[in-house]
Design a protein around this ligand. Structure first.
Ligand code: MG
Length: 299
């Protein structure tokens, strides 16, 4: 190839690149808007009201479509929840823990407590159509626990496999929740929980992100994307300075980056309130919902 031919080829290449870039730009600007809906869920203590009826009426008025009760005594509350939710546009989003004992207990009696209570909760969660049961393998204060070694991780994966398969039989899942280092050093990041779910080798083992604990992450977007649609089954939200209602910590309460990840993966599950409330609930709760919807729109 002589110099003239080379220049011609290069120019053609450059033109082709320019055309492609312009085409891609046009495609992006004409791409359909991402219509993934934001499905908001409340825990039992989130909405004002003395009874479930009052709480669900309040939630329906705000367009809240998910409900996340605690797992304690769940088997005895299945009928109560089914009746209260009948005919409403609210579904059980997830079940928040509620078991006794813990999975990584050194004491076999404490482990056995976990095994039986967790299985009871999983079975009830299945009856309620829950996406899963949230669990933490061990909190910092739970002792004595197995040492944090390779063998313990392998043991955790084997135990999670058993739980995951049991959950699948009941048409639900188990959802690993990473916490921050002050509460649980064992599993602190969403990607770590997702890797444990993967290594458990059961489709019934999933993970979640909690915007409060995600202060451990360098990027909300990367953290949620690392779990992706294969493993991410639930999300918790709170204000990011003091764990109150979203918006109660002002500028800190930015969820746009994380919401963008959820929209890009067409996240089909729930973003559920798990937080306290510093202000007047009737004022800050609707404001929190509005803030989330605005940021979802921006994401
Ligand atoms: Mg949480």
């Amino acid at each position: 190839m002589n110099r003239k031919e080379f220049l011609q080829t290069s120019l053609m290449g450059a033109a082709a690149v320019a055309a492609t870039t312009t085409g891609a730009g046009l495609l992006t600007s004409c791409a359909p808007k991402n219509n993934t809906p934001l499905r908001i869920s409340f825990q039992e203590g989130t909405a004002p009201g003395k009874t479930l009826e009052e709480k669900f009426d309040y939630m329906e008025n705000l367009g809240i479509v998910g409900f996340e009760p605690g797992g304690w005594n769940l088997a005895n509350r299945v009928n109560e929840f089914q009746q209260a939710l009948s005919g409403r546009n609210i579904k059980i989003s997830a079940i928040c823990a509620g078991f006794s004992g813990f999975l990584l207990a050194e004491d076999p009696a404490v482990k056995a407590q976990f095994d039986s209570t967790m299985r009871d909760i999983i079975a009830a969660a299945g009856e309620l159509g829950s996406t899963g049961v949230i669990m933490v393998p061990v909190f910092n204060h739970q002792k004595p626990c197995l040492p944090h070694t390779l063998e313990t991780r392998q043991y955790l994966c084997e135990q999670m496999y058993e739980l995951g398969e049991y959950a699948l039989k009941h048409n639900t899942t188990v959802i690993l929740e990473p916490l921050n280092r002050r509460e649980a050093h064992y599993m602190r990041q969403v990607a770590d929980a997702a890797a444990i779910a993967r290594d458990s080798k059961s489709a019934g083992v999933k993970c979640m992100g909690d915007f409060w604990h995600m202060s451990e992450e360098t990027s909300d977007y990367a953290a949620l994307m690392a779990a992706g649609s294969k493993y991410l089954q639930h999300v918790h939200i709170a204000s990011r300075g003091t764990r109150q209602m979203p918006g109660e910590n002002g500028e800190l309460d930015n969820y746009v980056d994380g919401f963008r990840a959820l929209k890009e993966m067409n996240y089909p599950y729930y973003v559920s309130f798990e937080c306290g409330c510093a202000g007047e609930r009737e004022v800050v709760l609707p404001a929190a919902v509005e803030l989330m919807r605005n940021q979802w729109e921006m994401a």
